[in-house]
Structures are given as C-alpha cells and as structure tokens.
Design a protein around this ligand. Structure first.
Ligand SMILES: C[S@@+](CC[C@H](N)C(=O)[O-])C[C@H]1O[C@@H](n2cnc3c(N)ncnc32)[C@H](O)[C@@H]1O
Length: 224
C-alpha cells in the first residue's frame, strides 16, 4: 500500500518534485557543480540516488563520470538500467579509498542510521582535494525542537528525515572530524517551504515542514 511507503517512494512526491526527490531540484546541484568546477571525466558519486536524476544530470550537463548508490530496490527498479546505480548504503560504500573527485549527498544524510559512519565513508572514498556536496534538512532554533543552531549533537534515530535533521553546526563538526574543510554553507530554507507548499496543496500530509526545520547546502573539501 503506497501510504505505508516512505515519502520518497510515493507518487505524491514525484508529482510535486519531479525526478529530483528533494527541495530545490537541480538548482542546488548545478550551483554546487559550478562552485566546485566540475569538468568532463571527473569521477563523481551520488549517495542515495533515488531515481538517478542527479547522476543523469552530472553526466549530461557536465560530462562527469557519475555513479550512484541506492539501497532501495523500489527506487533502483524505477530508475532503470540506464541509471548507473549500484545497490549499497551510504554507511558502507563499495568503492576503494580515494576513488572519487566529488561526492554528492542530496537529502540523504539525515536518513542514514549512523551519519558519522556515512561521513567517514564519504571522506574515505574522496580523493585528496576532492569535494563533498551536501544538501539536507537541518534543525534550527525554533518552537517544538530541542536543538539550537549552535548544538553539535546528533539526534537519536527517528522515523523520518525530519526526526534526524541535524543542526548545521553538527554537520560541520562531523565533516571536520573526518578531515574535511567546510568551504560553503548556505541557507536554502525557501526550497523546503516551496516543496512543502506543493505537497500540502496536493493533499500529502507526510512531509516535514514544521517550524524548526531548514534546508542547507554545504560544500567541504578534503585535505590535499
Ligand atoms: C529524499 S530521497 C532523495 C533521493 C535523491 N538524492 C534525490 O534527491 O532525488 C532519499 C533517498 O535516500 C535513500 N536512502 C535511504 N536510506 C539510505 C542509506 N542508508 N544509504 C543511502 N541511501 C539511503 C532512499 O532510498 C531515497 O532514495
């Protein structure tokens, strides 16, 4: 039954967001790709690829040698064989150390059961001077949430990406703990509000859009 499926596997999200199952669509992907100077032939990994939209985008628009990992059989089947996807989880990437020049992780970090293990894997598979691009929900100071902007703690496991949304300061601390220098942090909460509004208008009640949530873009660089 579709209502029992996680939001990212429901048709309501595809109807509202298209092939990119996240706030911001390709706007933030392109912003990051241009900021890191992505050029043809660069090896890029997209963690939690969903329907493979970012992999296809990075291949078609930037000529990148892009690959994705996606654990969900449902998503992988929908993505199809053209999608350059490998079935795996973000916390155990089946690639050798230093293999990729960039790792993208869009609206997925807060879904990982162990975000620290995930960050460790992102850093491991990155080549020296490679870039990590993160976009995700974040916890911000606000009514109904305990975590403030300055907190560096990681919330306990929950049932949705909103439950595990971390303060940006915690994501930064995690990146730095794994040898990544944070070079860009941007607030893109308006993309979260836009998608939430489209889902509410479509009658979808399961989207996290309460107070105390934001959306960010972070780019971090591995030491050379
Ligand atoms: C909100 S969707 C985003 C998909 C894609 N990044 C996009 O923006 O279109 C979250 C994706 O993360 C995947 N996911 C869930 N748990 C994961 C894990 N432990 N490791 C990697 N991906 C995971 C889900 O199957 C889903 O496809």
């Amino acid at each position: 039954m579709e209502t029992a499926a996680p939001l990212w596997e429901r048709s309501a999200l595809r109807d509202a967001a298209g092939e990119t199952l996240r706030p911001g669509g390709f706007a933030l992907t392109d912003r990051a790709a241009e900021r890191i100077g992505l050029t043809p032939g660069r090896r890029v990994l997209d963690v939690g690829s969903g329907l493979g939209a970012t992999v296809a985008r990075l291949r078609a628009r930037y000529g990148a040698d892009a690959w994705g990992v996606e654990p969900s059989a449902v998503q992988a089947e929908r993505a199809g064989s053209r999608a350059h996807l490998v079935r795996a989880v973000g916390g155990a990437l089946p690639f050798r150390s230093g293999f990729f020049e960039a790792v993208f992780c869009e609206c997925v970090l807060s879904l990982l059961p162990d975000p620290a293990a995930g960050m460790g894997e992102f850093a491991r598979v990155l080549a020296p001077s490679g870039h990590l691009v993160l976009t995700d929900l974040c916890a911000v100071a606000g009514a109904g949430r305990e975590l403030g902007c300055g907190s560096t703690s990681i919330p306990a496991a929950g049932q949705s990406c909103a439950d595990r949304a971390m303060p940006v300061a915690a994501v930064r601390a995690l990146a730095e703990a794994h040898g990544l220098d944070v070079v860009v942090v941007e607030d893109h909460a308006r993309h979260l509000r836009d998608l939430a509004a489209r889902l509410i208008l479509a009658g979808e009640a399961g989207f996290p859009c309460g107070r105390g949530l934001g959306y960010y873009l972070m780019i971090a660089r591995k030491g050379g």
